[in-house]
Design a protein around this ligand. Structure first.
Ligand code: SAM
Length: 236
């Protein structure tokens, strides 16, 4: 899998070198390229924004640097003779909410790029133009507004890359997780480790019983209870 991130703050993406994603890069499972959008500007101030047509507060990211950046990306891919079109994710609070199902789908994509907006966002013609060459999705990390797309891109990359075969040592740990199909898309039950008693709080008795059927039943009941209380929208 190859991931390209376009941003005016490349340092925001430094954590991609850490932990499991860093190791996936080392192991050759993943290629990550972070690009400074300003390298595709041509003025002394390396300008990437301008005032919005129609007026209003804030600035809008100019289309020209984005166009040149994405031209360069397409050129670097070389001819794509088989396989799916490259994916371009555009983080925006007005996008479709990012979900585990999307992460599952993306984990099978060979080429993914992120266009991280700042200010009031990217001139929309960039997105319309890019649809000719990419599968473009405008995606939101949640119902709140961040300063830029970088944190959203980091979260989406982490959620996706951990599903790529080989990235997580014990792939069984991916099966029974919150939102997974194997868990009926429920939230996960509470988890405990040793010691069995800590500061007056005890691990639920059933987990010490060694009875797999009862443990599974307790966990399912907990999942249903927690999901009904916190995320009733997930219960179909
Ligand atoms: N004016 C925009 C609006 O109200 O929808 C918000 C722009 S925000 C200040 C700047 C950038 O942060 C966006 O272009 C996007 O890249 C990113 N961003 C902010 N919130 C986000 C979210 N919830 N999900 C994904 N990206 C987000």
């Amino acid at each position: 899998m190859r991931i390209d991130v376009f941003t005016i703050f490349p340092d925001y993406l430094a954590p991609l070198q850490l932990s499991l994603i860093g190791k996936a890069i080392e192991d050759g499972l993943l290629e990550v390229h972070v690009h400074d959008l300003r390298q595709w500007t041509h003025d002394r101030h390396r300008t990437v924004d301008d005032t919005p047509y129609g007026g209003g507060a804030g600035m809008v990211m100019k289309p020209e640097p984005w166009g040149e950046a994405l031209d360069a990306l397409l050129a670097s891919y070389g001819p794509i003779t088989d396989g799916p079109r490259p994916v371009l994710l555009v983080p925006t609070p007005s996008g479709r909410p990012f979900t585990q199902a999307m992460a599952d789908e993306l984990a099978a994509a060979p080429r993914i790029a992120f266009a991280c907006g700042r200010y009031e966002g990217i001139d929309h013609r960039v997105i319309d133009w890019a649809r000719q060459y990419f599968d473009v999705s405008e995606v939101s990390l949640g119902d709140y507004v961040l300063n830029g797309g970088e944190v959203a891109a980091l979260a989406m990359i982490e959620a996706t890359v951990r599903l790529v075969p080989g990235v997580i040592g014990n792939s069984l740990s991916l099966v029974e997780e919150s939102y997974s199909a194997a868990s009926d898309h429920l939230l996960e039950y509470p988890v405990y480790t040793k010691p069995a008693s800590w500061r007056g709080f005890d691990v639920p008795e059933v987990l010490l019983s060694g009875h797999h059927g009862k443990v599974a039943q307790w966990r399912h009941e907990q999942s249903v209870e927690i999901t009904s209380r916190r995320r009733p929208d997930l219960i179909t």
